[in-house]
Design a protein around this ligand. Structure first.
Ligand SMILES: [Zn+2]
Length: 213
């Protein structure tokens, strides 16, 4: 796998970008990691980077984007924050990645057994975490199918809230970033939500992420 150049990045369509991530995850779950010379890649990217995708994921130590999508240096912009939520700084980072640096795809990646989602389900309040978890609360309230044990002891509830949180985040990116919205509507970039199963390593991409049912 070659280090991305500006020309290689320019030739990648949004569909191809998604495919690169899907193929990388397939390699990861089959333990067929590409043998990269990272030192050489560091040298090759030292004068500039041309990542093909930007991935917003959780800080969880088991969800490292470069590992689970088997990517090298210079391949992906990685934004990580507990609960894969957005704020203006994160939107600005995505706008830089796509509008300035040429990335072709945005992935909002949630994961199973997420501590931040569990914290929101339990309405945890602690220091600055309170404000962060308040950004996940709407997903907790949007989950209507579980009527009992609406807390972290109910693993099905937690997983359902995680899915809703990802879909809400994708929608919020469209609503709060006119720059990204226009690029998506013009087909210049793509956006999708996904979930990473931390037990199997598999990433499932949601179809029609923009439509919340
Ligand atoms: Zn998490």
């Amino acid at each position: 796998m070659k280090t991305l150049t500006k020309e290689m990045q320019a030739a990648i369509t949004p569909e191809m970008a998604l495919n690169l991530l899907q193929e990388g995850n397939k390699r990861f779950i089959n333990n067929l990691k590409i043998n990269r010379n990272l030192l050489q890649q560091a040298n090759e990217t030292s004068d500039g980077q041309h990542p093909f995708a930007v991935v917003l994921s959780c800080i969880d130590s088991r969800t490292s984007v470069e590992l689970i999508f088997d990517q090298g240096l210079g391949d992906v912009f990685s934004i990580r924050i507990a609960g894969n939520i957005i704020n203006e700084d994160i939107l600005g980072s995505m706008e830089f990645a796509c509008k300035v640096a040429g990335s072709k795809f945005i992935v909002v990646l949630g994961h199973s057994k997420c501590g931040a989602i569990k914290g929101a389900c339990d309405h945890v309040e602690m220091g600055n975490l309170t404000d962060l978890l308040s950004k996940i609360q709407p997903a907790v309230y949007d989950e209507k199918t579980e009527t009992e044990n609406r807390n972290s002891s109910n693993s099905e509830f937690v997983e359902k809230v995680a899915v809703i949180n990802v879909k809400r985040t994708v929608n919020a990116i469209m609503q709060r970033s006119p720059i990204l919205r226009e690029m998506i509507e013009l087909g210049e970039i793509g956006i999708i939500g996904a979930n990473h199963d931390i037990a199997t390593g598999e990433v499932v991409f949601y179809e029609n992420t923009l439509i919340i049912n």
